[in-house]
Write a protein that binds this ligand. Sequence first.
Ligand code: UD1
Length: 429
Amino acid sequence: MDRIRIVGGHALNGSIPISGAKNATLPLMIASLLTEDDLTLENVPDLADVALLKRILANHGVDYSVAGKRRGESVHAGETLTLRAKAIVDTTAPYDLVSRMRASFWVIGPLLARMHEARVSLPGGCAIGTRPVDFFLTGLEALGAEIDIDAGYVVARAPGGLRGGALRLPQPSVGATHTLMMAATLTRGDTLIENAAREPEVRDLAECLVKMGAMIEGAGTSTIQISGRDRLNGAVHEVLPDRIEAGTYAMAVAATGGDVLLQGARADLLTAALDALAGTGVEVTSTEGGVRIRRNGSGVDPVSVSTAPFPGFPTDLQAQFMALMTGARGTSEIRETIFENRFMHVQELARLGADIRLDGQVATIRGVSRLRGAPVMATDLRASVSLVIGGLAAEGETLVNRVYHLDRGFERLEGKLSACGAEIERLRA
Ligand code: UD1
């Protein structure tokens, strides 16, 4: 397995291009199941999760192609991916594929809407908590589906097709919102989703679905209304920039010091995290080209945060912010409210010399003057990048093991950081 070697203590200076958002790309790709026409997505990041979803969709009968480089384009501009679900030949999403990426469970919505049946493996346990699918199932039932669980599979049927319905999510789940919104676009009747997730990726998906002919109002707010259609058509859609990638690099610069322009990042998608960073004393400026993060020689002040659904502080930046707080001038508290077991990075950050006490869902972090490099183990996507941030700030060498977690969600991580002066390299297995 590949490892990443970092020699810490270098400031970051320069600019980092922000890729298309992983968490928008995945549902957008799944939306291709709703139409027999071409869906072309621009600015698609080159990530392991995207590659896996291509395989999963191909198993349902989706053809895909990637456009080659165009004149004047940089090699690293996002991919242009065209998906075509002319005929869906298989409505089963098997365990060996779904168990590797939870978001692939979301195919259940479009498959059921278009084919009136779907057999999708339960995603199974996950490193960051139990992550059940109950909201999806009751939501699909509200749209007229019959649901059975058989041998680890959700078997969903809607003889005669889904109909509209009204439902209220017990909690604003991103995945359930994506899935139910997609399903409701191809129904007979109107659907109302209350307490919907308000994440920018939900709005991005809705914008694409509207281009495909769907009728959706309110995406991006907690009440979404959808009027079902008989069929949807193809569309061309550009994926929005990855706010989590942008926030991650912002925290890396805050931790090491330096001056970096996060090219293409949108401050309006990242207000809570940028406010927290500004509170630590880091200079945050929103410019036309992106977001600029600057910290001179002085350290950072402690800031306490609590994760919350959008527009609150994102759980996907909790580990990275904790890595930053390990070097703060004082004590901070980080409360995780979305997932019950999302503190696996704590033990690994401790290996770098961090002083963190865990009490249920609250971590108390006492800033230390210097972290020291050590071998550490990545456990999930966001936790692993917090170890990279720790390593960049630490004295000496850090070896991050199990970096396949990073490859799921960060495009060219070592390239982007080393272009700004970091000493970081991948050691191939
Ligand atoms: C998405 C993101 C993930 C992010 C998370 C929260 C993608 C690909 N992933 O994950 O990066 O960390 O949102 O912002 O976009 N829940 C239930 N029952 C359900 C569904 C969810 O109890 O049926 C709970 C979950 O356990 C969790 C909460 O709802 O406590 C929110 O999870 P959810 O928003 O669904 O996360 P994902 O969509 O899986």
